[in-house]
Design a protein around this ligand. Structure first.
Ligand code: ADP
Ligand code: MG
Length: 701
């Protein structure tokens, strides 16, 4: 090609013209031939099968039938006109119905000539009908659909009204391909094409619109998905390489006394292999001059905290300070308690800074932080207040990053001459592949193994009607000395309503579990932080057996003796939230349980969520289902939606393709960072084009 031909505006295409071009531009953003070529079908209809009218049944989704139109009449019903045709084959008859455009249809239809109709069926009072069927004369059908996989293009209501529906795109593309003077230029390096046996660009693009066979269609899909991921990865990987050169941080050359003493004589358990692997990756990062920017993923309970702490020890061994930031006060406090015990034994100075630290405490912390006598600071958002100045912050650990905005992360960077090395820890099980395309600037470590001896939490779904049985079970567990969480949903928009649910629940539990035999804690969002901490503490210390709470306890709380998690109105929770909540139990040696309570009224989506929870404990599997139910745009909240501006690939379903594309992007950039080699020129051109094109590569940093 003549890729230059692809730059022609769509008006030039036969059958389009200025007016339609304008509509296509405003409705679906198509400007040029190239845009149209990249307007891929979203599905295909297999038109190899024909039905007989007598064989049609309710579940036949979309069908095609050969027959003739024997009668046609205009019906006036409740002031609404419709055109009804009787359609017959040799097995029976049915109706074809049009509510619009019937004048035109009536004129077009040829009676008693064989037609192929295609569409969805309606069944009403024993009468079968098809509304607005696709209609082709059998003779035309034979010509047009030599290929029996019919592409379906998305369209808009406005376009459809102007007869610019799926059929139009199909036709326009047919014209376009017939006008093309030469095959499309190949942009993927030959070596890769050979390695992966990719279809050529020309062949792929043609077969995506006009699949010549199922096999060629799947090859075309593979090639185009691969290509799409590949260019994204080229961008991300290149940016990453570039940054690594530029952003310097502190380099920790030695593994010293603190680390070694802790590892040899204080660490109360053997690290899992996954923890060891991740720690090694972190050590390597920290040993380099370039800034560490690593995301540490690990399912709830996988033991991220200890990995974070040991990373801090490396910083301290090299004479630097470290901090750990948590999203809530309760969490910060828990981290502090866990870590402080170790620090005591090691002779490391550590402080806790939260919103409720007193003025005197703050003053002391600020001072010791600035003169470098304080080694570790654990805290909440309070850590990034302007007054907090480190002497030499070498490592910042951010726990449960999804609670922190990007701006806050950047703020931490500004504390030193150099930005600190950064470790972000999260239990939010973002599938690895998605994390890669979302956080292309972060390296990723995964703890994919739980500490030994953990029993999987048994999860069941119970209806509200069985509440008494559930209470009975709770009593048994409490009698064994265990503790129980009862969690109610909290939805911002209906906070008052939820609060009432929580209070009603609290009352009924209080009645069922009376004092003094039973002690109950209650924690909810609107409580004062002091009261919250007090109630939480009582539960942590084992003074109360039941914790009634809204989702404020969702992340990170660690009470190993708690063995039952009851989630009320479980259908109101998203999958990742349910998984997080379930992660609050199963932290001790005992068998733990998660009970999902719901009414009988459940949407299909809710049923899928509940089933997923009862079927698996694997956070990554859950995340994938979650993603399918919600779509990638939802995963990180609206703020980041649109980040995956993908035309054909699916981050979840096509994760292996993404990995392959990433691998090759890295290989190519390693040997040719600026794409200067002759064999990379076409690639470079496309790369530059995409970078300044309408594509917006949204980065997090
Ligand atoms: P999370 O990854 O959810 O933050 P934590 O770091 O809170 O997990 O660890 C959960 C519990 O598992 C803690 O009580 C911790 O002491 C314990 N733990 C961590 N690593 C190990 C290990 N290798 N062997 C045994 N217990 C461990
Ligand atoms: Mg944690």
């Amino acid at each position: 090609m003549s890729d230059s031909q692809l730059l022609s505006p769509l008006d030039y295409l036969k059958g389009v013209g200025p007016q339609r071009a304008k509509l296509l531009q405003s409705e679906v953003g198509l400007n040029s031939y190239k845009d149209l070529i990249e307007y891929y079908p979203f599905r295909y209809i297999d038109r190899t099968q024909f039905y007989k009218i007598k064989d049609l049944h309710q579940s036949s989704a979309e069908v095609q039938i050969i027959g003739v139109i024997t009668e046609i009449r205009l019906v006036n019903h409740k002031r609404r006109k419709r055109l009804v045709a009787t359609f017959e084959d040799n097995s029976g008859e049915m109706e074809l119905i049009w509510f619009q455009g019937y004048k035109w249809i009536r004129e077009q239809i040829k009676m008693e000539k064989p037609y192929v109709i295609f569409g969805k069926l309606n069944f009403f009072n024993g009468q079968i009908s098809m509304i607005h069927p696709e209609l082709d004369l059998l003779e035309d059908y034979k010509k047009d659909f030599a290929v029996k996989l019919q592409p379906v293009y998305s369209s808009t209501e406005k376009l459809t009204k102007q007869n610019l529906g799926s059929r139009f795109f199909n036709k326009a593309l047919k014209t376009l391909f017939s006008e093309l003077k030469s095959p499309l230029l190949e942009i993927i390096p030959n070596q890769v094409i050979e390695d992966l046996k990719l279809l050529s660009r020309s062949k792929a693009v043609f077969n995506i619109h006009f699949p010549q066979s199922n096999d060629l269609l799947s090859k075309a899909q593979f090639r185009l998905k691969w290509e799409e991921f590949f260019f994204i990865q080229l961008q991300l990987v290149r940016k990453n390489m570039f940054q690594k050169h530029k952003i310097k941080s502190y380099k920790f050359e030695t593994i010293g006394d603190y680390f070694n003493r802790f590892y040899k004589s204080i660490l109360p358990f053997e690290l899992t292999n996954a923890q060891k692997k991740v720690l090694k990756q972190i050590r390597l990062d920290l040993g380099r001059q370039s800034q560490m920017n690593r995301l540490l993923q690990g399912d709830v309970g996988s033991g991220k905290t200890i990995v974070g702490f040991m990373s801090m020890l490396i910083a301290i061994d090299n004479g630097f300070q470290a901090c750990m930031m948590a999203p809530t006060e309760i969490l910060a406090k828990q981290h502090y308690q866990t870590i402080a015990e170790f620090c005591d034994q090691l002779g490391i100075r550590i402080s806790l800074l939260t919103g409720s630290s007193s003025r005197a405490q703050r003053r002391e912390i600020h001072e010791h932080l600035e003169n470098g006598t304080l080694h570790i600071l654990v805290g909440t958002h309070a850590l990034i207040e302007d007054k907090v100045k480190f002497f030499n912050l070498g490592l910042a650990i951010i726990d449960e990053q999804h609670r922190f905005g990007v701006a806050q992360r950047a703020k931490l960077w500004k504390k030193n001459d150099y930005p600190p090395n950064i470790l972000v820890m999260t239990a939010t099980p973002i599938p690895r592949t998605l994390a890669m395309s979302l956080y292309g600037d972060l390296d990723i470590s995964v703890i994919d193994e739980l500490p030994p001896g953990r029993k999987l939490v048994k999860t069941v779904h119970r209806y509200d009607a069985n509440r008494l049985k559930v209470f009975h079970f709770l009593k048994q567990e409490i009698a064994k000395g265990r503790q129980v969480y009862v969690v109610y949903p909290l939805i911002e928009e209906s906070a008052n309503f939820d609060y009432k649910d929580l209070m009603d629940g609290y009352e009924s539990i209080s009645r069922e579990f009376p004092q003094p035999k039973f002690q109950i804690s209650i924690v909810y969002g609107k409580m004062k932080p002091d009261d919250k901490a007090f109630e939480m503490d009582r539960f942590v210390k084992g003074e109360t057996q039941i914790m009634v709470a809204t989702t404020v306890i969702e992340v990170g709380v660690n009470v190993p003796n708690a063995s039952v998690m009851i989630i009320e109105s479980a259908e109101k929770f998203g999958l990742s939230q349910l998984h997080q909540l379930r992660g609050r139990v199963g932290r001790g040696a005992e068998q733990s349980y998660c009970i999902l309570m719901t009414s009988h009224k459940l949407s299909d989506n809710a049923k899928t969520r509940l089933q997923t929870m009862t079927n698996t404990n694997d956070g990554f599997k859950i995340a994938e289902v979650d993603l399918k139910l919600r779509g990638p745009g939802d995963l990180m909240g609206t703020q980041q939606s649109g980040i995956l501006n993908l035309k054909i690939a699916d981050v979840v379903k096509d994760s292996s393709i993404l990995q392959s594309a990433r691998y090759y992007a890295i290989q190519i950039l390693k040997q040719d960072p600026n794409l200067e080699k002759p064999e990379h020129q076409a690639l470079k051109q496309r790369f530059v084009e995409l970078s300044k094109d309408k594509f917006k590569w949204n980065y997090i940093s």
